[in-house]
Design a binder for this molecule. Structure first.
Ligand SMILES: O=P(O)(O)OC[C@H]1O[C@H](O[C@H]2O[C@H](CO)[C@@H](O)[C@H](O)[C@H]2O)[C@H](O)[C@@H](O)[C@@H]1O
Length: 368
């Protein structure tokens, strides 16, 4: 293992754009890697950690699959009280003034989750398209603020859905980050970070095993997200979820270097490295020159458990705005809420005439 760094500079501002120190085996695999030359924005080395989330016993996993994928609309006793939840996590739309106050004098950086945030949740993961209005809204946001898509999907796939080359993309739950290829920073070196590169052969192997195992479970789907895998059970009969979980666990037993987490009717398999969406947004903020800056206001909008790592980072920094997209109360580190993707999809391009840079009101006008 080597401790390598990447430096990317922004020709426009002269700022160091991307510096990351990541643990990885083969520097040659990082096409844009260069020696660390600036004292600015060093990232502390992220060491491999033991499994963060064990698979647990079968019954626990099955319970958790049910709990994390509610088909119900009614709340149960364990859900947070809706009134106190709304009081603590008010709608981002109703808190416009307050949110605007936080943005004064700060540079806004926008982070957007994809599934469930920019696109509605649908049965077929390959058909989770975003609307044209949403794309326009994101395009317009990116004209004013550095904007990144942070997704569990493989970077190429999420790029194919979004198709905006001026954005940063952090795919595979942040384990595959790339800066804009074109757009405002055209001609500059691009930010690149792939801290789990060494796991690629293993992930491919596990993908093949899972495909084989899932063949006999109607509706199950295995998605290769490059540095992680998704086993979807949205279209599997609930009475077979236990069997599906057992099969996934039986494959996982041979791979102690991988761990499992859960999303919305999906089991996600990924390397045990301590690198998640939270690390991804820290990396990107650092890349943009905001490592320890008080002058930045990161805004993160997401809907899923994996987005909580990013919300947590904002809380830890005591900086930024986390917005959870959810219709039902959930434990969350976000401060505000939106009910559903459509609340963030009413693009109002006509408002751009009056938009001022560095003003959060511009952002909200664009996305709501
Ligand atoms: O981080 P995200 O961008 O939110 O990605 C998380 C997972 O999203 C996708 O699965 C989810 O959306 C599908 C399409 O609506 C839905 O069918 C599935 O049940 C959801 O879990 C994606 O397919 C996964 O690979 C991502 O990890």
């Amino acid at each position: 293992m080597t401790n390598q760094s990447m430096v990317v500079s922004d020709a426009k501002t002269g700022l160091t754009m991307g510096i990351s120190t990541v643990t990885r085996p083969d520097p040659a695999l990082f096409s844009s890697a260069k020696p660390l030359v600036s004292p600015n924005g060093y990232f502390s080395r992220k060491k491999l950690v033991k499994k963060l989330e064990s698979c647990g016993n079968g019954a626990r996993l099955l319970d958790s699959m049910r709990a994390s994928s509610p088909t119900r609309t009614r709340l149960n006793d364990t859900d947070p009280d809706p009134n106190s939840w709304t009081a603590h996590h008010p709608s981002a739309l109703s808190m416009f003034e307050e949110i605007m106050g936080e943005s004064k004098g700060k540079e806004i950086v926008v982070f957007l989750d994809y599934d469930g945030t920019l696109s509605p949740i649908v049965e077929d993961p390959d058909r989770a398209f975003m609307t044209t209005e949403m794309r326009e809204a994101v395009r317009d946001v990116a004209k004013f603020f550095p904007t990144a898509i942070v997704s569990g999907r493989c970077r190429a796939k999420v790029y194919n859905f979004v198709r905006l080359s001026e954005l940063y993309y952090a795919g595979s739950h942040g384990m595959d980050i790339k800066g804009p290829a074109k757009g405002p920073r055209k001609g500059n070196k691009t930010v690149l970070c792939q801290p789990a590169r060494e796991f690629l052969p293993m992930i491919d192997e596990v993908f093949k095993s899972l495909i084989e195992k899932m063949k006999h479970i109607p509706g199950a789907k295995v998605e290769n997200n490059k540095f992680c895998l998704s086993v979807h059970y949205r279209c599997v009969e609930e009475k077979r979820w236990g069997e599906l979980a057992e099969k996934v666990k039986s494959v996982m037993r041979d791979y102690q270097e991988l761990r499992m987490s859960q999303g919305r009717k999906v089991l996600e398999i990924r390397p045990t490295i301590k690198w998640d969406k939270g690390n991804a947004i820290e990396f990107l903020l650092e890349s943009l020159g905001y490592a320890d800056s008080d002058d930045v206001l990161p805004v993160y909008i997401g809907d899923d458990r994996t987005d909580e790592d990013a919300f947590q980072v904002l809380r830890n920094r005591g900086q930024g705005i986390g917005i959870l997209v959810s219709k039902t109360p959930k434990e969350t580190n976000a401060s505000y809420t939106l009910q559903e993707p459509s609340e963030a999809s009413y693009a109002l391009p006509q408002t751009f005439g009056g938009v001022e840079e560095n003003n959060l009101s511009s952002l909200l006008l664009i996305i709501v």
